[in-house]
Design a protein around this ligand. Structure first.
Ligand code: NAD
Length: 322
């Protein structure tokens, strides 16, 4: 089997490669060629850690495996390590033999940013020029870089619950050659053509009334029961897409609109159906489209596969016998 260490991922997987891998696995999920296994997530009762597994099988792409990992809240203060830790394990679907062990931390950010950028490519108005971001944490920088490749944006505007974090996001925008402005939520909703939400909030920041017709939203932060970034009534006004319907309705942004009876599961479309051309996606200029990106194991396997292929091609993969 091959080992690809975390430290080598940055030189092996570009945002473009992550985009291609995630777009094709979303398509495979929608066509029935790929499926995710039930997610396991446990509070360990040790170091206050949350640990779990996200796995799946993509028959068309040949990816079988899982991402194991979670959240260790004291890593940074006690050990100087990042709090989110994960590793991807791949297996040969013909034999069950392990084929690869791949550092999963950077891959998680790349595959999450790829998911929202896939939604922007397929659902945002072609003339979108103002990118709005709600959130300024670790993931927001990857989100901004991936989104910037999808439309010729001429400006980035952003809001964050902790405003002191925004200047760093501004530096990422500047590095991309994009003017950046910290704005109120009212201005963000009134001016942005595309809005990415990437926070760990448990109550909505962006309200229905903030959002103007024609906007595309990629709601990426809500990946757990109870989390929420946008007002539930917005999902009733929008055409809702997701990576996986079962996650969207139970732990994604749609969980609240479903629980309040504002929408039904039938109103939510897998983004892969748009990629495959079996759903029209955006059909009018004034339509609000909303992608509920919950994060699935198959995304991790897809980008890990890309990392292994690049590592073998470049002679970076460490080969071991097991
Ligand atoms: P982070 O801790 O680096 O940043 C957290 C962000 O949330 C910051 O912008 C912070 O200001 C904001 N925030 C904190 N409390 C808030 C509140 N009460 N109201 C509004 N905003 C608040 O985290 P990160 O690594 O950037 O991750 C952001 C979110 O994305 C997390 O919820 C994480 O679980 C989620 N995530 C989702 C996926 C996916 O596939 N959908 C993948 C990775 C991470």
């Amino acid at each position: 089997m091959h080992i690809v260490p975390e430290a080598r991922i940055a030189e092996l997987v570009t945002a473009e490669a992550a985009f291609t891998a995630v777009e094709s696995v979303f398509a495979a999920m929608a066509s029935g060629a790929a499926y995710n296994f039930p997610v396991v997530r446990e509070a360990l009762g040790h170091e206050d850690a949350l640990y779990g597994f996200k796995g799946g099988f993509d028959r068309s792409g040949g990816a079988l495996g899982l991402k194991a990992g979670g959240y260790w809240p004291h890593n940074l203060e006690r050990r100087g390590l990042i709090n989110h830790q994960s590793t991807v394990f791949l297996f040969d679907p013909d034999t069950g033999r392990p084929t690869a062990m791949v550092g999963g931390n950077l891959l998680t950010a790349l595959r999450t940013a790829a998911a929202s950028s896939v939604s922007i490519r397929h659902l945002a108005r072609p003339d979108a020029r103002v990118l709005g971001i709600i959130g300024a944490g670790h993931q927001s920088h990857f989100q901004l870089r991936a989104a910037a490749a999808q439309r010729p944006f001429d400006k980035v505007i952003a809001w964050n619950y902790h405003p002191e974090m925004l200047p760093r996001l501004g530096e990422t925008a500047t590095a991309l050659g994009l003017p950046f402005e910290a704005v109120s939520l009212e201005r963000l909703g009134a001016e942005a053509d595309v809005i990415i939400t990437i926070t760990s909030a448990f109550s909505p920041s962006l309200m229905d009334a903030h959002v103007r017709p024609g906007t595309h939203l990629a709601c990426m932060g809500t990946d757990t029961r109870g989390k929420q970034e946008v007002e539930a009534t917005l999902l009733a006004r929008a055409t809702v897409f997701t990576d996986e319907i079962a996650q969207s309705t139970s732990l994604g942004e749609a969980q609240h609109a479903i629980a309040q009876g504002l929408i039904t599961q039938d109103a939510i479309t897998p983004i892969g159906a748009v990629i495959n051309g079996t759903h029209a996606g955006r059909t009018s200029e004034g339509q609000i489209t909303l992608f509920d990106g919950t994060g699935v194991g198959l995304q991790d396997l897809a980008v890990a596969q890309a990392a292994v292929a690049a590592a073998i091609a470049q002679g970076i993969a460490i080969e071991v016998s097991v």
